[in-house]
Design a protein around this ligand. Structure first.
Ligand SMILES: [Zn+2]
Ligand SMILES: [Zn+2]
Length: 235
C-alpha cells in the first residue's frame, strides 16, 4: 500500500499533464500570444491607424484598413477614436503648454504615464473633418458596445482568449502610449526615446514627429517601414 502511494505520488508529481503544469503552460502561451497581439494592435490600430492615417492623413488607405484600424484601436483602450485623434491634434497645437491635453508638466507625470487624463472640451476644429467619414463616426458612437461585445464573446469562448486578446493589450496599450506622452515630454519639450519603439510601434522618435516628419521611416520604426513599402516614401 505504501509502495503504491509512493508510486502514485511520483507519477502525479512528474506528470507533465497535471493541472498545475497545464495551467502554467496555458498562462505562458496566453501571455506570449497577448504580447504579440498587443504589437499588432499597437502597430495597426494606434500607430498606423489613429495616429498616422486618421490624425495626420499621412497616407491613403481603403475602407477595410479604416475599419480594421478603428476596431483594433478600441481594443487598445483608446475609447472614442474621434476623441483620441482630436486630443492628439490638440496636443500638437499646444505641446507642453497648459492647453496640452496630456502634458506631464501640467497634468502630472503618473496621470499621463498611465493614460488617466481626461478632457472635457475639445474645440470642434480638431475633429470637424472626421465627422464626414461614416466609418469613424460609427466607431465613435459605438466604441463601448464594440469593446464590451468583444470582451463578452472572447470570455464565453475561453477565459484564456479573453486574457490574451482583451486584458493584456488593454493594460499594455495605455501604458505604452502613456510612455510616449509622459517620457517624451518630461522636460517640457519633445524628445526622442528610441527604446520606446519596442513598446509603441515606432512612435519613439517623438521629437522628430513634432518637427513635422509625419511618417518617420527609420530602421527601428516598423510601422513606418511597412507603410513605406505599401504606400511609398513619406510625405
Ligand atoms: Zn502626431
Ligand atoms: Zn508629443
Amino acid at each position: 500500500m505504501v509502495e503504491r502511494l509512493l508510486w502514485e505520488q511520483e507519477v502525479v508529481g512528474s506528470n507533465p499533464a497535471s493541472p498545475t503544469s497545464i495551467y502554467s503552460y496555458m498562462l505562458l502561451n496566453t501571455i506570449i500570444i497577448g504580447l504579440i497581439w498587443y504589437q499588432v494592435i499597437a502597430h495597426v490600430g494606434i500607430s498606423a491607424g489613429l495616429h498616422r492615417y486618421w490624425a495626420h492623413s499621412a497616407f491613403k488607405a481603403n475602407t477595410c484598413f479604416e475599419c480594421v484600424s478603428l476596431y483594433l484601436s478600441i481594443l487598445a483602450g483608446s475609447r472614442s477614436p474621434i476623441g483620441w485623434i482630436a486630443a492628439h491634434r490638440m496636443h500638437h497645437s499646444h505641446s507642453d503648454t497648459e492647453h496640452d491635453p496630456h502634458s506631464p508638466r501640467f497634468k502630472g507625470f503618473w496621470i499621463v504615464f498611465l493614460s488617466l487624463w481626461t478632457l472635457k472640451n475639445i474645440p470642434v476644429k480638431y475633429s470637424k473633418d472626421l465627422f464626414e467619414n461614416s466609418r469613424i463616426v460609427f466607431f465613435h458612437k459605438h466604441w463601448l458596445i464594440i469593446w464590451t461585445t468583444t470582451a463578452v464573446v472572447t470570455l464565453c469562448i475561453s477565459p484564456w482568449l479573453f486574457l490574451g486578446m482583451v486584458v493584456i493589450p488593454g493594460i499594455l496599450a495605455p501604458i505604452g502610449f502613456g510612455t510616449v506622452n509622459a517620457l517624451c515630454h518630461i522636460n517640457g519639450e519633445s524628445r526622442n526615446i528610441p527604446l520606446a519603439n519596442l513598446l509603441v510601434a515606432g512612435e519613439g522618435y517623438h521629437s522628430e514627429h513634432h518637427s513635422g516628419k509625419v511618417l518617420r521611416f527609420h530602421k527601428y520604426d516598423l510601422t513606418g517601414f511597412v507603410l513605406e513599402k505599401i504606400y511609398g516614401p513619406a510625405r
